[in-house]
Design a protein around this ligand. Structure first.
Ligand code: GAL
Length: 347
C-alpha cells in the first residue's frame, strides 16, 4: 500500500512538472524541447514533419495536420496546418491551409491519402508560394511516392492543390526530401529515391512545377538516409538526416561540402545529450527524427534543428524538439538543452 502511495505521489509530481513546463512555454519566450507546445490560443500545436518559411518579418511553420483520435494506420492525415510567428516562440494558428478532400474520393488528395513533410518556397517569377509534400495516393500504402504540389498567393494560404509527379527519374518516385533555394532562385530537391533508397538531387524548373533534367545519385551520402535538412553557413553546406526505421527513432547523421551539390563528407552523428522526458540519448536522436533547419534571421551563424517525436499510435500527440546548431569550422553539433532561447546565438 505504502509503495502504491509513493508511486502515486511520484506520478502526480511528474504530471505537475510536465504541466508547469507546458505553462512556461505559454508565458515565457523560451523553447522547451520534448514537451507539449501550445499556440497563442492555448491549443496544442499540430504541425508535424514541418518546414519553415520566412517572409517579411514572419516565420511560417507548415506541418502535417494530424486528426485527433486516429492512429497513423487509421487515416490520421488531415492536410497541412500553418502557424505564424514573429519571434519563433509565440505561434498564431493560421489553420489548415491545405485540407485533404473529405468529399471527393477520387481527388488526388482524398481523405485516406498519406500527405507528409510539407515544405514551402516562394517563386519570384510567378509570384506564387509553392508547397511540396510527400503524397501517397489513397489505398496504396507507401509504394508510390509522389511529390504533391499546391500553390497560394500568400504564405498563410489558402493553398490550392495543383498536381503530383514521380520525382527522381523513378517509376516509384521518392520519399523524404528537403528543398534548397539558391541565391540565383534555383530550387534543388534532395530526396531518397524509391525503391533503392539512393540519395539523389534534382533541380526544379523556373516555375518550380516539375524537375528540370535528370537527378544525380549522391554516392557519398549512404542510401537509406531519410529526413534530410540542409543549411549553409559561410559558403559551407551542411546536411542533417536520419536512418530509415519508419516512425522509430535511430541515430542522426550529418554531411558537409563546400559546394551545394557536393561531394559531401560524412561528419557522423552531430547530436549529444539525453532527453530527460523519455530517457533517449544521441543514439536515438533524443527520440526524434529531423524535419527542417531554420535560419534565424538577423543573427549570425544562427540555425535551429527541428525534430519530430513521432507517436504513430496517436500522432496528434507527437512532440517537437527544436535545438540550436553550433557550427564549428567544418562540422556542427546539436546538444540537448532542457530549455533555451535565442540568446544562445549571441556569443
Ligand atoms: C519515416 C519518414 C516519415 C514517414 C514514416 C513512415 O522514416 O521520415 O515521414 O514516412 O517513415 O513509416
Amino acid at each position: 500500500m505504502k509503495r502504491l502511495k509513493i508511486i502515486y505521489g511520484i506520478f502526480v509530481m511528474l504530471l505537475l512538472c510536465v504541466s508547469c513546463q507546458a505553462q512556461n512555454k505559454e508565458t515565457e519566450n523560451v523553447i522547451i524541447p520534448g514537451i507539449e507546445w501550445k499556440d497563442a490560443s492555448k491549443n496544442r500545436i499540430n504541425a508535424h514533419g514541418g518546414g519553415v518559411l520566412y517572409e517579411n518579418g514572419i516565420y511560417y511553420w507548415y506541418g502535417e495536420h494530424k486528426i485527433p483520435g486516429r492512429s497513423e494506420d487509421d487515416k490520421a492525415g488531415g492536410g497541412v496546418h500553418c502557424y505564424s510567428s514573429a519571434d519563433l516562440y509565440n505561434w498564431k494558428d493560421e489553420g489548415v491551409i491545405l485540407s485533404v478532400d473529405y468529399d471527393n474520393p477520387d481527388s488526388e488528395i482524398a481523405f485516406g491519402c498519406i500527405l507528409e513533410r510539407p515544405k514551402v518556397v516562394y517563386n519570384e517569377i510567378t509570384s506564387k508560394y509553392m508547397m511540396y509534400f510527400k503524397l501517397y495516393p489513397k489505398g496504396k500504402g507507401y509504394k508510390y511516392g509522389y511529390l504533391g504540389v499546391a500553390t497560394a498567393d500568400s504564405p498563410s494560404g489558402p493553398f490550392t492543390y495543383s498536381h503530383k509527379f514521380l520525382a527522381a527519374d523513378s517509376e516509384e518516385g521518392s520519399g523524404d526530401f528537403t528543398l534548397f533555394k539558391d541565391t540565383d532562385g534555383s530550387v534543388y530537391h534532395f530526396t531518397v529515391r524509391k525503391p533503392d533508397k539512393a540519395f539523389v538531387v534534382g533541380k526544379f524548373n523556373r516555375e518550380y512545377t516539375y524537375p528540370d533534367g535528370a537527378y544525380r545519385v549522391m554516392e557519398e551520402i549512404p542510401p537509406h538516409t531519410e529526413a534530410p535538412a540542409i543549411f549553409v553557413q559561410d559558403g559551407r553546406y551542411f546536411i542533417l538526416g536520419s536512418g530509415s526505421t519508419g516512425w522509430k527513432p535511430n541515430t542522426a547523421r550529418a554531411f558537409t561540402a563546400t559546394s551545394l551539390l557536393g561531394p559531401y563528407k560524412e561528419l557522423g552523428n552531430p547530436t549529444k545529450g539525453v532527453n530527460p522526458h523519455n530517457g533517449m540519448n544521441e543514439e536515438k536522436t533524443f527520440g526524434g527524427q529531423s524535419s527542417y533547419i531554420i535560419k534565424v534571421e538577423g543573427k549570425e551563424n544562427a540555425f535551429i534543428a527541428m525534430f519530430d517525436l513521432w507517436k504513430p499510435e496517436h500522432p496528434f500527440d507527437g512532440l517537437f524538439v527544436w535545438l540550436p546548431i553550433e557550427v564549428e569550422g567544418d562540422t556542427f553539433n546539436i546538444e540537448w538543452r532542457d530549455k533555451w532561447d535565442l540568446s544562445v546565438f549571441e556569443k
